[in-house]
Design a protein around this ligand. Structure first.
Ligand SMILES: Nc1ncnc2c1ncn2[C@@H]1O[C@H](COP(=O)(O)OP(=O)(O)OP(=O)(O)O)[C@@H](O)[C@H]1O
Ligand SMILES: [Mg+2]
Length: 153
């Protein structure tokens, strides 16, 4: 398991590198390693933009149903999602669709969490007053028709 403190954009690089290395060790192909790097980048950039500061923890998993995979846990101390379901949709922030007139002025198109959903097989969000924890898992053999997601507020 490796843990990476995320406070500044530069911190993203070590976390990206670490997930690529872990994924390579577990047998993920190059393209898949890069997809996991995208997941880590998106979660880290959200920590910096919305979560104030936090960390990313990377570890191998081996579950009896889905086999080997990588678990990515992003924690931060920022405010909770106002509407998580909305935040997971492309082109939305955590309140709803982003107004096209502000799209160019804000930092981001509102598609980072959508990419996380597409590139992983399970997503779980736990939120408390003190902060939140987002856990994403990507399996070596992607389950075809299965997705686990949950949240608690
Ligand atoms: N760690 C977080 N803490 C609180 N709110 C968050 C967090 N991450 C995302 N959000 C909220 O969810 C919305 C959607 O996140 P998402 O990553 O998809 O888009 P974005 O960061 O606005 O833009 P992009 O990722 O395309 O650069 C954000 O606009 C923000 O309102
Ligand atoms: Mg984002």
């Amino acid at each position: 398991m490796t843990s990476h403190r995320i406070h500044h954009p530069i911190d993203l690089y070590a976390a990206r590198q670490a997930v690529e290395t872990l994924a390579a060790r577990l047998g993920f192909r190059r393209r898949e390693q890069q997809e996991l790097a995208i997941v880590v980048s998106e979660l880290c950039s959200n920590i910096i933009k919305y979560g104030i500061r936090g960390s990313v923890e990377l570890e191998p998993v081996n579950d009896s149903t889905h086999g080997a995979g990588v678990s990515i846990v992003a924690r931060d101390v920022g405010p909770p999602f106002r509407n998580l379901g909305m935040a997971l949709q492309d082109g939305c922030d955590d309140q709803g669709p982003i107004d096209p007139s502000v799209m160019l002025k804000r930092s981001g198109l509102g598609i980072g969490l959508g990419a996380v959903v597409r590139l992983t097989d399970a997503l779980d969000v736990q939120q408390q007053r003190e902060g939140k924890e987002i856990r994403a898992v990507r399996y070596l053999k992607r389950p075809r028709h299965w997705r686990s997601s949950g949240s608690s507020f």
